[in-house]
Design a protein around this ligand. Sequence first.
Ligand SMILES: [Zn+2]
Length: 315
Amino acid sequence: MARTVGVDVGGTKMLAVTVEDVGEVVGERRVPTPRGATALIDALVAVVDAQRAECAVDAVGVGAAGLVDRAGVLHIGPNLPGIRDLAIKVLLEERLELPVQVDNDATCAAWGERELGAAKGRDDVVVVTLGTGIGGGLVLDGHLYRGANGFAAEIGHMKVAPEGIQCPCGGRGCWERYASGSALGRFGREAAEGGRARRVVELAGGDFLDVRGEHVGAAAREGDPEAIEIMNRFAWWVAQGCGNLADIFDPDTIVIGGGMLESVDLFLDRTREIFPDLVLAGPERPAVEIVPATLGERAGAIGAALVARDLLRAG
Ligand SMILES: [Zn+2]
């Protein structure tokens, strides 16, 4: 039986899991993500070796936040400052003497959810990770879709608002400025600045500038009508982007993951309700299931391990 290690490289920590090819996770460890390219490669080698010390491993998958090309080079990682054009696949294969596959972290998470999570057995899946920003992954016709360069599914940067809010990517009106956890916080601050959302401000400690998405969520959970209104606005923006994605890809399932998952009960019903109005022939076409992710923060690491397993199967 093949065993593979998957490592999800985040801005602050790395999560490594060992997965048996039937899909069982047999080992797991977390280590901090160091600064700098050399230290990052050393840390990746060390964490894989630690997994290997527990049981033999046949291949390694790495999911990294950023633009990863099909040769396994991380071009730009917004959460990994100072790292550019890092040939992770080549460097790791040299050091580990194992086959290595490197992909975008959300691409890996999508494969994890499709193989073992919320979209198990589904062939046309869009995975949307709502966190500080928005990431995405696509499964089309049963295959993970990477695009010509490996840069597919940067869905957070599809433009949804002309002349919209400035995005750190340099563009304007990107979806992640409207439907991420940070966007929810901004909606809360805007309401508070206009003299509304008092309970949200109270929960943030009294200063409206300290309002974040979690304060809006907490107030909405208490039943505060103004916070619920903000959540409903957020739900609309989530639905709008999902509607665009459904118009393009015609998925059977849209999986919602990422940090906003903990507030999913506060917006998902509303998103589902609005969604048909934002898709072509929405009320007439077969329903698209919009479901919460089930692999949680391990989706990226598990998916990376499964991508490595597929690399072995492909020979
Ligand atoms: Zn952007």
